[in-house]
Design a protein around this ligand. Sequence first.
Ligand code: NAP
Length: 482
Amino acid sequence: MVSRVIPVDDFDLVIFGATGDLAHRKILPGLYRRFVAGQIPPDAQIIGAARTDQGDDDFRAEAKAAICEFGGVKPDDSSLAEFLQTLGYVPIDAKGEGGWKELKSRMRAGAVHAFYFSVAPSLFGDIAERLAGHGIADDDSRIVVEKPFGRDLKTARALNATLAQHFSEQQIYRIDHYLGKETVQNLMAVRFANVLFEPLWNAQFIDHVQITVAETVGVTGRGSYYDKSGAIRDMVQNHMMQLLCLIAMEPPYHFDPDAVRDEKLKVIRALEPVEPQEIVRGQYQSDGKAPSYLEDAEDPNSSTESYVAMKVRISNWRWQGTPFYLRTGKKLRARTSEIAITFKEPPHSIFDDSGHPKANELVIRLQPNEGMNMKVMIKEPGPGGMRLVQVPLDMSFADALGPDGRDMPDAYERLIMDVIRGNQTLFMRGDEVEAAWAWTDPIIQAWEDSKRRPEPYDPGSSGPDEALRLMHRDNRRWREIR
Ligand code: NAP
């Protein structure tokens, strides 16, 4: 299957924080891949901005090293030199007044203007104010803001209000890279472009849903930073909430940014408060070699969670009685992100002696190996009567789409191209982010009030035992993390 690459309009993209980790790891290599794919017009400009005092050529050398290291590109790659010519650099301190005039002089009339805020959120307001104040941004410009978007409802509201002083909601692209994943978008295609699933997509036929985001790494090296957030702020309020919304939302009337986001917002607003006994927090211990969470966080008294599991209910007609179980953690057995939808068992089995039919399961893998897997019952092949066996109907996108599937754009590159196209469908709207915090805040507050310490768990395990019990109480089991 050949994937079509449609070039975007001519653009000037300014990356604030271009010397930082995210720019090096994701943004610059991603833009290079889009360039190679032919999606970036020849005159487009990518301008780095940060405090580091350097010129265009220094930044090109820096970008080249980053693209080679993180993009797996060879230094003598023939397109690389060509791509580097699209890059420029202006030294700017977000809090100072120097450099802005120079930046303005580089922006071309007629091109789409986009500004990527790949800096600490505390600088978002300074940059927004100066872009507007120096007349660099206009009504058609777009800004891209990174996570975290606030640390609670109050700070998210304040950030929304700050950005709103200079930019309209249609200009603000709040990035959640989970939404840029091929599989996540495919979730919408599967649900709304097939007649097969949607009639079954409700509490009558779905027993429960599990969403898992498991990592094998701990927080070594950034423990004191992570300790201010924890798993619920870092993963649940944003990424997992977005996945939950896409599974649970009603069909939008059209695949249009506001129609999709309106439906997602309704899901968040329908979330019931989580009971304290239906949530488990954990902290990884030391395995004798690697440090424990407390050592990584450099705070022996930290009660921040590196793991969280919870049972979530959605209060609406479609989902009454179908729980959604969410879990995410560091230092777990395997690195995997998946959504598993377990259907109900057939109400009556006609195959008395051949094994009871097992429930169908649809598993959507986000990583590794993006794809979908549907488990169905069939007759065990061969003679010997009617025996039932469950088999997977596996659709790995990399295999199904051939060489092009293997070369699927990374979430960041896809999302940046959407910014240039002016398509906000895969970005969070301000009211969505606030509604997500409004649901998360009381959970965090209840923990803080309870003063209960997180449950310890072994590195390389699937989390604290208490999380297993959360499921067992409902006569269900977590899927294996592997
Ligand atoms: P980082 O490595 O610390 O980089 C920060 C960047 O901001 C550097 O380029 C720095 O360059 C620049 N900067 C700092 N102070 C500045 C100022 N006053 N004026 C102008 N530029 C300034 O951070 P990062 O990991 O790239 O993260 C950037 C943003 O992305 C953060 O909001 C983070 O939460 C978010 N994020 C990062 C990742 C990731 O994988 N790294 C993932 C998700 C979200 P100079 O020192 O040269 O000024």
